[in-house]
Design a protein around this ligand. Structure first.
Ligand SMILES: Cc1cc2nc3c(=O)[nH]c(=O)nc-3n(C[C@H](O)[C@H](O)[C@H](O)COP(=O)(O)O)c2cc1C
Length: 456
């Protein structure tokens, strides 16, 4: 029997996340994303269906290069309006017991001191089920919303992220020693002052004195997700990530990305299996091949292809005019997501890849269509390429997940490709067998690092 795969529900607190235009259909409820009840019902459904994680994407600006018109994204609902996922996470925690709760947060949008405090609070509130998808920032508007003139150059963003990680690790791992919290009513000692430390961080971007204001939560550092696949992004993942999200157009390309990151893991002294790789896929499930073909066609017709291209252009920081579909991608320069262009290049053979190929790649390559048995066969191929988890993209919320759970999960379980129950404990324990990051992960080096110095 194979190892069971992990399953993540890839969502965003918005009407139009990845497969654009589907909000126009009447079989989805994602137009109601402002309603907390939509998300509460979804997490309960996901937990009943034995999903491992709900993963919220997030942005802090509108897609497009500097000074782009925002008319197209606003008209299409392309991730605007969107709500802050962190704000609803404690409500979702209170309605679930096992489901991992992952949010995306960029190094630009929150100061590391307040961010560390927020995530520690959520990790307490969820009994250790929080994950953080670390993003730098590819949006010019996102940078300008936080007082920067423009997007920081690509590799410099990763250097910035290194310092951000150092600050939050010092707060999460180093500031409070184990056993610092006494809550001793008899002696009237709430916490042991010798075990709570200033961190006195002074770096190029941040000065943070500490101590951290929150006691160590079950995981201390939340489970760390990341999704960069440029050389700088892979280096960063190899140092910090415990899970990496891929949107590879084919299993062979996923295998290449995985091998490249694993080689770097070894260079940083981490075990080759220290990162679990999740592939983003959407699903068309049918009971016959004819039904599959019909539903495939219906999805193609329902997709807003212009919004798909705007989104991908936005990810790369390029204003992709819909009338420039035949422009060769090698004429595009981007400070945004470079891996996307590499994947388009790799998936087009015998001709020059164009902007149109980016759109096609976006709407079709991440789609798995078939009968439940056929889909299980395809997931087994992804698994053989090194994929440990599937990041399930929705067409409609909650319908895509209900279908996945009702029609696919039973077959996946029978085939050994999905687990039957939850392991107890924190999210990290469920995935890796322990609650806290361990050496040689850089976070672990800060645990106890301030123990003999810096009394508050
Ligand atoms: C599955 C997946 C999910 C992502 N989610 C977000 C997100 O929610 N917000 C965001 O700003 N970037 C998101 N990204 C972008 C990545 O964080 C990263 O910036 C991008 O892959 C480019 O990195 P690179 O230049 O190192 O390749 C996501 C990427 C992938 C593959």
């Amino acid at each position: 029997m194979p190892q069971p795969l992990l399953y993540s529900a890839f969502v965003m607190n918005t009407a139009s996340h990845i497969l654009h235009g589907l909000w126009r259909r009447d079989d989805g409820q994602q137009l109601d994303f402002n309603a907390l009840a939509l998300w509460v019902e979804l997490v309960k459904t996901l937990e009943r269906g034995r999903f491992d994680v709900i993963f919220f994407a997030d942005v802090h600006g509108v897609y497009g290069p500097p000074d782009a018109s925002f008319r197209r994204p606003i008209k299409a609902g392309l991730q605007i309006p969107s709500n802050d996922p962190a704000v609803i996470l404690s409500a979702l925690a209170s309605h679930t017991e096992h489901l991992g709760l992952a949010i995306t947060s960029s190094i630009v949008q929150d100061h590391p001191f307040s961010f560390a405090r927020k995530l520690s609070t959520l990790d307490h509130a969820s009994q250790g089920r929080i994950a953080w998808n670390i993003v730098t920032n590819g949006l010019a508007n996102g940078a300008r919303n936080f007082g920067h003139d423009d997007l920081t150059p690509h590799d410099e963003r990763y250097a910035w992220a290194e310092e951000y990680m150092e600050v939050v690790y010092k707060l999460w791992e180093g500031s409070w020693d184990d056993g610092a919290l006494l809550a001793d009513r008899t002696r009237g000692v709430h916490a042991d002052p010798d075990k709570v430390h200033r961190i006195n961080h002074r770096g190029p971007r941040y000065r943070v004195e500490g101590p951290h204001l929150v006691t160590p939560s079950p995981q201390r550092t939340p489970l760390l997700f990341q999704a960069g696949s440029s050389p700088a992004g892979m280096d960063f993942a190899a140092r910090h990530a415990e899970a990496v999200f891929l949107m590879a157009p084919a299993p062979a390309l996923a295998a290449q990305a995985i091998a490249a990151i694993r080689a770097r893991l070894t260079a940083y002294g981490r075990a080759a299996d220290a990162i679990k790789f999740f592939q983003g896929l959407s699903f068309i499930i049918g009971s016959t091949e004819a039904e599959v073909a019909r539903r495939d066609r219906e999805l193609d017709e329902a997709i807003d292809h212009e919004a798909m291209i705007s989104h991908l252009g936005g990810v790369m920081g390029i204003d992709l005019e819909v009338d420039a579909l035949d422009r060769p991608i090698d004429t595009l320069h981007t400070e945004g997501a470079q891996s996307l262009l590499d994947w388009v290049r790799a998936s087009v053979h015998g001709r020059v890849p164009t902007v149109r190929d980016i759109g096609l790649l976006a709407s079709r390559s991440s789609r798995v269509s078939g009968t439940p048995e056929g889909i299980a066969d395809q997931l087994a191929v992804w698994q053989a390429a090194g994929i440990a988890g599937i990041n399930v993209i929705n067409a409609v919320i909650p319908g895509s997940y209900i279908e996945f759970i009702e029609h696919l999960m039973p077959v996946l379980r029978r085939r050994g490709l999905a687990a039957t129950g939850y392991q107890p404990g924190s999210l990290r324990r469920k995935l890796f067998g322990h609650d806290r990051l361990q050496a040689p992960h850089p976070a672990a080096a800060w645990r106890g690092a301030f123990s003999t110095s810096h009394p508050p």
